[in-house]
Structures are given as C-alpha cells and as structure tokens.
Design a protein around this ligand. Structure first.
Ligand code: HEM
Length: 406
C-alpha cells in the first residue's frame, strides 16, 4: 500500500505477505514463520500459484486426516503427483482409498508387524556400529551420508532379504524418483514400478526362506472381489518399493535433524549422554519439532467449509503436519526443542487410516542411532559451510550434515 492508502489497504498488503510455497528453497530452509502466519491469520490458506488449499492448525490437520471419505489419497498424496494425474499401481497403499486400501494395508500389516520391527534392534545396532566405528578418532563424520542414509536401507534390506550388493542402486533409484528440480511448476514426478527388485523376487520364489519376502510370496488373502488368492508378482513389487521408499528417506532425514537439534542444544545433549533413558522421549520431541515429511496432500471429494470459507469438490487440500506440530494452541512454547516435553500425540506419522505403518521401526532406528552416536561422540559441532539441503518434494531435511567431533 502506498502512503496515505489507509489501514485497510495496509491490512490487504499484509495479508498478501502470507505466503507458503512448498517448492521455495528459501521458505523450505525455515518454514516456521510462514506456517505461524498461516495458523494465526489464514487458518484456511489458498495458494494461487499452485492452486491448493492448506490447513495448518493441529486440530484441523488431525480432523482432516481422519476424514478419508472427504480427503482422498487415491490420486496421490503428494501435491505434484495429484496435479500430474499419475497412473498409480494397485497396492501402493499410501495412494489408495478404501476398499482397496483396506485390503492391501491388511496384508501388509499382517506381515510387517511391530513385533517383527522391534526384533530388529540388534541388527539396527550392528548397522549403526558398522557406520560409526571406523569414524571414531577421525575428528568428523556425516550424520546423513555416514549413518542416516545407509542404516535404514540396510535395515529394510535385511528385513526383506535383499542382498547388500543390490541395496545401493535401489536407494539411488528411489532418491532419483523423489528429487525436485525447477520451482515446482515443471515437475515430472515418477512412481517407480519396482522393477529393480524383480529378479530378486523371482529368485526368492524359487528359494523360500524365513524372510518377509517369502511371506509376501506365500500369504493368502481375500481380495476386493471376494476371491482368495496370493499376491501377484507386480503387487509384491509395489509393496517392496513402497516399504523401501517410505522407510528410507524419512528416517534418513530424521537422523540428520537429530544432528542439528542436539548441536544447537548442547545442554540437552549432555543430559542424554549422562542418562540414555531420556533418548526415547528426545526422539519423540525431535519427530514433533522437525517433521521429516511435513505436508500431505489430498483430493477433496465433496464441498466443504473451513473457517467460514468454501472449498469446492475437486480442490487439493494440503495438510501441514509440520505446522500443526508447532501449533501454540496445542503445545506451550512450540518453537522450543525440549527433550523433557510431554509430547503426547504429534502429527509426524500422519493420522487415521494412513497412519505410518513403519512408526515402530522409525522410532527404534531413531533411538538406537542416537544411543550409538552419543556413546561414541558426546559432543560435536555442525560444519555448516559443508552442509547440504535435500531437495525432494515429500521430505524436508539434509542431504549432508557433516559434523566436527573434535
Ligand atoms: C505412511 C511418516 C518411517 C512405512 C506414512 C505417513 C506418514 C509417514 C506421515 C502417512 C502419509 C499420508 O497420510 O499421506 C513417516 C516418518 C518416518 C516413517 C516421518 C520416519 C521418521 C517409515 C518406515 C516405514 C514406513 C521406517 C517402513 C519400513 C510406511 C507405509 C506407509 C506410511 C507403508 C503407508 C501407510 C498407508 O498409507 O496406509 N509414513 N514414516 N514409514 N509409512 Fe511411514
């Protein structure tokens, strides 16, 4: 507003300053001020450039994610996937609605149980030790490239029985599929068909073992048409690809955020070194504080109203879980990282029927990684000039977070 335009025009200009763009690298570096303005001044936000609505308050995000009849995942739950109108394969539960979602999630949760995940603790610890032991005395290591990237891939690879020699190329393939280029207007997202695993699955079918892959190959279920059958090869490919994609990137970023948050809060880090029993709650707070996957999109299946504003059927709604986790209506002093906080339920693993299937494994990996780091490296500083941001559409975090361990 120009001089003398009056308070109303000023308020207009101010409102125009409320802006959130998920593809903007500057906003991505610190989205919290923008998200606070959304929560306070535009609790239903509309972004004209990319044509999406967004909800940012804890209660709105939670209620929306619970309402799968209105907010649908079947066209993808990533903004640019919905916009690109991708052909999504059956079995990719992240991008399915009931009844298909119910059937496939039922099968996956039967073979991929919290009990099986928790039984992986010794393996996870071994993978952390393998990453960290050679770095003791080196004076530096990288939270992401040395630990956060290889450990989750080895863990999921072990669970599925994928040979380590194949794991790296699989991870590279997933990274490639998620990488962002341009400003978000020229995205060409791809969903891998998982063909990189095909050979391995055929081999496992001929050589059954006691791994999860063998279970996927032999498990019987009733499909949407009421027929009892085993999974097709392509359904298994989709499942394996989903577990690898959903389970790696996110956990990798979580471990990167741990390196940053604890470097910035040395007193709390010292408490964790002195009393590792505090680590599980520290992981929970970390999950709240820096959600590795901060935004989930849905297709709006009926006309709705939020905060007095209409949202038409056919719109795209983005649920900002990262903003909900910092909602002062829910958490006192939400921008403070506090390992003693009573975190309660946060939104980082989503909510409702799509709630993260791997949450128990993610928590285990986060806890064990911190235990193993802190045992070897009680203090560190981030080597900021060499740190590199990850530029992917779905996750937010570090591609490289080198630290100096003195
Ligand atoms: C779904 C977050 C680790 C497997 C989800 C969703 C979120 C999420 C937010 C729901 C997305 C939506 O509603 O659109 C995370 C975070 C993790 C993590 C932040 C790590 C810190 C893992 C791991 C695995 C996994 C380790 C498995 C190895 C899945 C699967 C789904 C899912 C299969 C789909 C569930 C469904 O659509 O019904 N995750 N996840 N996740 N996650 Fe995770």
């Amino acid at each position: 507003a120009g001089p003398g335009a009056g308070p109303e025009a000023d308020a207009e200009a101010d409102r125009a300053g409320i802006y959130y763009d998920p593809y903007d690298a500057v906003i991505d570096a610190d989205p919290y001020p923008a998200w606070r303005r959304l929560r306070d001044e535009a609790p239903l936000y509309y972004n004209e450039k990319f044509d999406f609505f967004a909800l940012s308050r804890f209660d709105d995000v939670e209620a929306g994610l619970a309402d799968w009849r209105t907010y649908r995942s079947g066209r993808g739950s990533v903004l640019e996937f919905i916009k690109a109108d991708l052909d999504l394969p059956p079995g990719l539960i992240l991008f399915e609605d009931p009844p298909a979602h119910t059937v496939h999630r039922g099968i996956l949760s039967r073979v991929f149980t919290p009990k099986k995940m928790l039984a992986l603790e010794a393996k996870v610890r071994e993978f952390c030790a393998r990453s960290l032991d050679p770095l003791v005395g080196a004076g530096r290591f990288d939270f992401v490239t040395d630990l956060g990237a290889p450990m989750p891939m080895r863990t999921i690879g072990y669970l599925l029985g994928i040979p380590e020699s194949d794991q790296e190329s699989i991870r590279d393939g997933i990274d490639e599929g998620l990488r962002l280029e341009g400003d978000g207007t020229d995205l060409a997202p791809t969903v891998s068909d998982g063909s990189q695993y095909a050979e391995y699955i055929d081999w496992r079918a001929r050589h059954p073992s006691d791994d999860l892959m063998t279970e996927l190959l032999t498990t019987e279920f009733e499909d949407e048409t009421g027929t009892t059958r085993t999974l097709t090869r392509s359904e298994i490919l989709v499942y394996v690809n989903l577990l690898a994609a959903a389970g790696n990137e996110t956990t990798t970023r979580l471990i990167g955020w741990a390196g940053k948050a604890l470097a910035e809060n040395p007193d709390q880090r010292a408490e964790l070194v002195a009393d590792p029993a505090l680590i599980p709650n520290a992981v929970e707070e970390l999950l709240r504080y820096e959600a590795p996957a901060p935004a989930h999109a849905r297709y709006v299946a009926r006309d709705v109203v939020h905060h007095g504003q209409p949202v038409a059927e056919g719109s795209v709604m983005v649920f900002l879980v990262g903003a909900g986790n910092r909602d002062e209506r829910r958490y006192p002093d939400p921008d403070r990282f506090d390992i003693h906080r009573d975190v309660g339920r946060h939104l980082t693993f989503g909510y409702g029927i799509h709630h993260c299937l791997g949450a128990a494994l993610a928590r285990l990996e986060g806890r064990v990684a911190l235990e193993e780091v802190l045992r070897r490296f009680p203090t560190w500083e981030v080597d900021w000039p060499r740190a590199v941001r990850a530029r992917t559409s779905v996750v937010r975090g570090w591609e490289s977070l080198p630290v100096l361990t003195g």
